[in-house]
Design a protein around this ligand. Structure first.
Ligand code: 13P
Ligand code: SF4
Length: 379
């Protein structure tokens, strides 16, 4: 058996993908909301068409109210690429800003207001670790029989790795299509980094009995030959915001409110997804509530800010967070503080670029291939 390399790599893994962290200047730390809103709007007016502000559905109210577009991770990247703005201010997390940088033109600059907005799940599968696991698995499975698929929630170097190994990227809305694409070309899939989305997708395709999990943090705890027997090998990553939901939340709701419907994100556990009425990306969740009849009740199984936005945007629908006060906000998304937004915009007015996300050219090209493969099969 090949020695596991991953354990000793742990110390090389970084919490923040970019090391050009800039602290917020002290004069921006305690801005009062009304004054800050006026300053942000004044900077945006000054910058005009040179700037587009994109806000992920999980951003707080004080951010999304300044956004030109609000949406899911995939939609926002598309918005960035369709825009002619010189500056894309991406209010989301690092992997989303990287994707925007990959698909925008070279003369467009992507700015992430705070570099600390790093999705922990994306950090659970660093390319370095995956490379080591790939070497170990392909000792027992021929490379030609295995295709890696990475979820959008991953860094550019992992997307590049997947392209290099004949694989692709998927989103929560098209993971099943990416699986089908891969199984037309190979026997097995290595799915990264979200084990729940991977398991939910395998289940949707009737492959629930052909799944095994690869835990990169436990070199002693797995037998590579056994794991490699599965058709779908799941990387042991997860989102803590979505793992919070469990099937008892849905059972309790159905008992107390038999009239209520449930919509959840596919990063939730399989039992939760199976018990829900609707499953989908954050855009699907938004569309579900937008299309609900007045008076309907919907419980939302995703990040709390989105549940709060939906309650505000659709007063005609009763919107409940699926696990009540226990629903979490995303710690990474929370790093995009509106004070940071005011700072990066006012700096741009002065001609200074702060917190630029720039994917290295070689990675950018290959990661672009992985994204293009997804776009070819997506509709
Ligand atoms: P969406 O792509 O559905 O917006 O989800 C992104 C995300 O981070 C979910 O946790
Ligand atoms: Fe990452 Fe989860 Fe936050 Fe989404 S909600 S950005 S998967 S930590």
């Amino acid at each position: 058996m090949v020695e596991m390399e991953t354990a000793e790599l742990e110390t090389d893994l970084s919490l923040f993908k970019y090391d050009n962290l800039e602290q917020l200047p002290s004069q921006y730390r305690d801005l009062e909301e009304t004054a800050r809103t006026e300053r942000i709007e004044a900077a945006l007016a000054e910058l005009g068409d040179d700037v587009i502000v994109l806000g992920h559905n999980y951003q707080r109210r004080e951010i999304v109210e300044h956004a030109d577009f609000i949406g899911d991770s995939y939609e926002l990247s598309k918005r960035a690429s369709n825009s002619d703005a010189e500056y894309v201010i991406f209010c989301g997390v690092t992997f989303m800003a990287e994707s925007a940088d990959i698909i925008t033109d070279d003369d467009q600059t992507v700015i992430l207001p705070s570099m600390e907005a790093s999705c922990p799940m994306a950090g659970m599968a660093e390319a370095l670790q995956v490379d080591a696991a790939w070497a170990e698995i392909t000792e027992v499975v021929p490379e030609s029989e295995l295709i890696p698929i990475t979820y959008m929630n991953s860094y550019a170097d992992l997307k590049a790795f997947c392209a290099d190994q004949g694989g692709l990227v998927c989103t929560s809305s098209n993971a099943h299509k990416a699986f089908e694409w891969a199984f037309e070309r190979a026997e097995k899939v290595l799915f990264l980094p979200d084990k729940h989305l991977g398991e939910n997708t395998a289940h949707r395709l009737g492959m629930e009995d052909a799944v095994a999990t690869w835990d990169p943090w436990d070199p002693e705890g797995k037998d590579v030959e056994e794991v490699a027997e599965a058709d779908v090998i799941l990387w042991d990553g997860y989102c803590q915001v979505h793992e919070r939901f469990n099937v008892e939340h849905i059972e309790q709701l159905r008992e107390e409110r038999p009239d209520a419907n449930v919509v959840v994100h596919p990063e939730c556990r399989r039992e939760v997804v199976e018990a829900a009425d609707v499953v989908g990306s954050t855009s699907t969740i938004c569309d579900t509530i937008a299309e609900a009849d007045p008076g309907e009740t919907w419980a939302i199984g995703t990040e709390i800010h989105l549940a709060n936005h939906l309650e505000r945007w659709h007063p005609e629908v009763e919107v409940l967070p699926l696990c009540g006060d226990a629903c979490m906000d995303c710690n990474a998304m929370r790093q995009i503080d509106p004070n940071y937004l005011a700072w990066v915009l006012e700096e741009l007015v002065e001609g200074r670029e702060r917190n630029v996300i720039e994917v290295a050219p070689a990675e950018k090209e290959l990661a672009g291939v992985a994204l293009d493969r997804m776009l070819e099969i997506y509709q």
